[in-house]
Each structure stands twice: as structure tokens, then as C-alpha cells.
Design a protein around this ligand. Structure first.
Ligand SMILES: [Mn+2]
Length: 226
């Protein structure tokens, strides 16, 4: 037993970077059954070890929200095999040999997780929704900027970031915006620091009010603005 208080660790976009995830948990001295683990989604896709990342998170009892890349897996699985694109086939192959098990697992991930003091969401909150439960999937998994109506969600040159357009009354922890990188505002913590692009994996601990970073072992994918 330990006298240390339980801590929560919320991990940014992992994208199959299981080695960096393992190093992060080791360096944090994460204690399963005592500390709590969360991710902002986009655990899958692009990187080298999707299955290993999912398995590690499952072993540590992590709770995740749905990212656009998990949604991509679910979409791929829902269409006939003969009609799948190469990218869709790759995503499904990355879940083998237990593809069905992981698809069922991912399908249960919520759009957001609400704690007494914070909200975890993949891309951001829906500024048009008056309640969290009214938020639309397309927005929570893909928003970067807000145009006032939700037609364009990624126009950084024209529109403000979504987090300048909401007032949730709690700290919001999110990912999805590797091009922008770390966001460290009092109410908003953006954790996508592009590990899969060769930068770093980032997590936030609310109890310590501190970020934890692990350098990427290499560049696994080119940075593309999707
Ligand atoms: Mn994403």
C-alpha cells in the first residue's frame, strides 16, 4: 500500500506509439488500481504499434474518448470488404489478430468523459451545444476552429480556435491539433504534441498541475494536415 494520493494521468494522441506510452507510464510511476489513466483518443492509426497501445491501455484500466481515427476504423468495418480503400484496409489490419475484439472495445468509447473538475474530449467541445450530451460526433472528434455555425471546423486563418468560443466551467483536456501543439491555458490543456510525427507524447496530471513529456523514438509518419 502507498500513502501517496491517487493521481489521474490523461494522455494525448498516441497513434500507435506504444513504446513511448510505456515509457511515459514508467516515468510517471503509474500505479494500476491506485492511479487513473485516461486518453483523449486517436490511440490508433498512423503509428507502428496500434494493438500494443490498445492492449497496454486495457491492462492499465484506461478510459478513452472516441477520436476521429477510431471513428475511421468503425466506418471501415461497417462497409463491405470489397469496397474498402487501402487506408481503411490498413486501419483494420492494424487491429489484427483480434480485430473484432478491438472494434467492439472502441465502439464503446464515449464522445466525452466528464469528471467533477474536468472534461476530456478528442478534438473539442461543440460551441453550439448547450449541454455536453447534445454535442455532435463530427464536432467532438474533428473541431479545431469555430465559424459560428459548425460548417467549417478547420480554418485557422479565418476563425478562432474553438476554445475561445466556449465557457464550460471546468478544465477541458483535448488533443487532435498537432500542428498547433501544446495548449496550456488555465481552462484548456491541448495534448497533441505530435509523437507519431517524431516530436513528443504529452500527458497532463491535474493533481500535480503538470505536463509529462516523452520524446518520440523516431518519426513514424509525415505530418499531414488532416
Ligand atoms: Mn484526431
Amino acid at each position: 500500500m502507498t500513502s501517496k494520493k491517487p493521481r489521474r494521468l490523461i494522455v494525448g494522441d498516441i497513434h500507435g506509439c506504444a513504446d513511448e506510452l510505456a515509457e511515459l507510464l514508467f516515468r510517471f510511476k503509474f500505479m494500476p488500481g491506485h492511479d487513473s489513466l485516461f486518453t483523449v483518443g486517436d490511440v490508433v492509426g498512423k503509428g507502428p504499434k496500434t494493438r500494443e497501445a490498445l492492449e497496454l491501455l486495457r491492462q492499465f484500466g484506461a478510459r478513452s474518448v472516441l477520436g476521429n481515427h477510431e471513428h475511421h476504423c468503425l466506418t471501415a468495418a461497417a462497409i463491405p470488404a470489397a469496397k474498402r480503400t487501402e487506408r481503411q484496409k490498413q486501419y483494420l489490419a492494424s487491429l489484427e489478430p483480434d480485430q473484432k475484439k478491438w472494434l467492439d472495445h472502441i465502439a464503446a468509447w464515449p464522445l466525452y468523459i466528464e469528471e467533477p473538475d474536468l472534461i476530456i474530449v478528442h478534438a473539442g467541445l461543440d460551441p453550439a451545444a448547450s449541454r455536453l450530451s447534445d454535442m455532435r460526433r463530427e464536432i467532438t472528434t474533428t473541431i479545431r476552429t469555430w465559424d459560428g455555425e459548425g460548417k467549417y471546423l478547420n480554418r485557422p486563418d479565418r476563425d478562432p480556435p474553438w476554445f475561445e468560443c466556449v465557457d464550460p466551467g471546468k478544465t477541458v483536456i483535448f488533443g487532435h491539433w498537432a500542428v498547433r501543439g501544446l495548449v496550456d491555458l488555465p481552462r484548456f490543456k491541448g495534448l497533441d504534441t505530435g509523437c507519431v510525427y517524431g516530436r513528443e507524447l504529452t500527458a497532463w496530471c491535474p493533481e500535480e498541475k503538470k505536463f509529462h513529456h516523452v520524446a518520440a523514438r523516431r518519426e513514424y509518419a509525415p505530418l499531414v494536415k488532416d
